[in-house]
Ligand binder design. Structure first.
Ligand code: ADP
Length: 433
């Protein structure tokens, strides 16, 4: 711990004579902009040291001493700079644990999960154990495509309708595809659906983005298409925002639930009754009944949107944090319907998860950071796949497989609790009169 305190750093600073104090004075007197210290000093680690000292003196910091306890040493700030975060003054370490082995599509995975929720990894691991003992799970990618839907205003609703009609003509899609292709080697526009609301048009572009999650790539391509259209037949289009929320990024929305975003994945396993009883400590009937009552009826009564599951977001978020994904995309990536059904006349348990909008990438974004990349390497999906998008698709299947394990284990635990209470109630002798 001592190595991570500012005391240790101040000592190092003095020893090497970095002159941090003089720079801090300049930043505090506004001679040097605090947001561009990396560029000004040409040294990202030193910029962090200076920013910490500056921060300690700022209003809004209730404890300067606490700033000194946020770790900062031994981190690759060069990789972060200009790519992953700004105004960096340290880093937050998270424990990363492993759930596995998970046998999925004939391959064994050890799934890294970064979380501070105790029991989550242990529980997911128990689900992996049941799946693997059952001979494994299978998962398939139903579709893959990142979306961006700019909001465009026209002088009239009729012009918005004309734009929609133009975009929906397959011949014109080819024109848009050509423009999109000028911006990227990896991305390809595959379709576009326009939603009209009065004078506003929301063109939901769907794009193949290789192994990248693809938001940046799609945004660039869509800009090029709109520039082309506004210079031609739609000179009256007014681009109000490159994202008009029909995309729909990082908000719960039916459009992703119905049409998909990123990878749409289904995963399933059939768990023999004896494994349900020995590993999951419940019965096929109790687990199935709970799934209907909780994940289907309960979620319907709550008005859930894609939330027909027990805790998919727990596993999605922990896996995203470990693997350098955009954790905020857990909102739509966790949309999931979990189904449990009796199989083989009720002897065994069929379990599936269907997840229409798992947004993952194995290049770009946080995957460039060494620890996160190491977790992707553990899974065998770091970087570009042999076939365009194959690593991203495989990672999406691992997400679904791990969610399958997590769902199975939590549902089993809840239904086992019910069984236990029922058992105790039946065995309890009536109280003496
Ligand atoms: P995103 O588009 O996912 O938001 P980036 O802006 O980092 O994230 O885009 C990914 C970058 O990786 C792009 O610049 C793209 O050209 C590059 N790239 C390299 N290899 C691949 C690949 N196999 N698939 C997709 N993109 C790739």
């Amino acid at each position: 711990m001592v190595a991570h305190t500012d005391t240790a750093v101040a000592h190092t600073d003095t020893a090497v004579g970095n002159g941090v104090d003089a720079v801090v004075e300049k930043v505090c007197s506004d001679e040097l902009p605090v947001h561009s210290l990396e560029r000004e000093l040409g040294d990202c680690a030193r910029a962090v040291l200076v920013r910490r000292e500056w921060l300690k003196r700022q209003p809004g910091v209730a404890s300067a001493e606490a700033v000194g306890r946020v770790p900062h040493e031994g981190f690759d700030y060069d990789a972060v700079h200009g790519a992953c975060a700004e105004m960096v003054f340290g880093y937050i370490p998270l424990p990363v644990g492993v759930a596995g082995p998970l046998l999925l599509n004939g391959k064994t995975y050890q799934v890294p999960l970064a979380t501070v929720e105790g029991a989550l990894i242990a529980s997911t691991r128990r689900g992996c154990k049941a799946i693997t003992a059952a001979g494994g799970a299978s998962a398939a990618v139903l579709s893959q495509g990142m979306t961006r839907a700019p909001v465009i205003r026209f002088p009239s609703a009729i012009r918005a309708a004309a734009f929609a009609a133009w975009m929906h003509d397959p011949a014109n899609l080819a024109v848009a595809q050509e423009q999109f292709a000028t911006t990227t080697r990896f991305g390809r526009l595959t379709s576009c659906r326009v939603t009209v609301a009065g004078r506003y048009a929301y063109a939901r572009f769907v794009c193949a983005t290789g192994d990248a999650m693809g938001m940046n790539m799609v945004s660039k391509g869509v800009s090029a298409v709109l520039d082309f259209l506004s210079a031609g037949s739609f000179g009256d289009l007014e681009l109000l925002g490159l994202s008009g929320n029909v995309c729909c990024d990082k908000k719960a929305a039916a459009v992703n639930w119905i049409s998909g975003r990123g990878c749409s994945v289904v995963a399933e396993a059939t768990i023999p009754g004896h494994v349900v009883e020995s590993v999951l400590k419940t019965t096929v009937a109790a687990a199935c009944e709970l799934n209907v009552a909780k994940n289907l009826i309960g979620s319907a009564m709550a008005g859930a949107l894609g939330g027909f599951n027990a805790h998919a977001s727990n596993i999605v978020t922990a896996l995203y944090l470990a693997c350098g994904q955009d954790a905020a995309q857990n909102v739509e990536s966790s949309q999931c319907i979990t189904l449990l059904e009796p199989a083989n006349g009720g002897a065994d348990l069929h379990v599936s998860v269907t997840m229409p909008s798992i947004e993952v990438g194995t290049v770009g974004g946080g995957t460039i950071l060494a620890p996160q990349r190491a977790c992707l390497e553990m899974l065998g999906v770091a970087g570009a796949g042999q076939e365009a998008g194959s690593h991203a698709r495989e990672l999406a299947t691992v997400v679904a497989g791990a969610v399958l394990a997590g769902e199975l284990s939590l549902l089993a635990a809840l239904s086992a609790g019910h069984l236990m209470r029922a058992h105790l109630a039946h065995n309890r002798k009536p109280a003496a009169p």
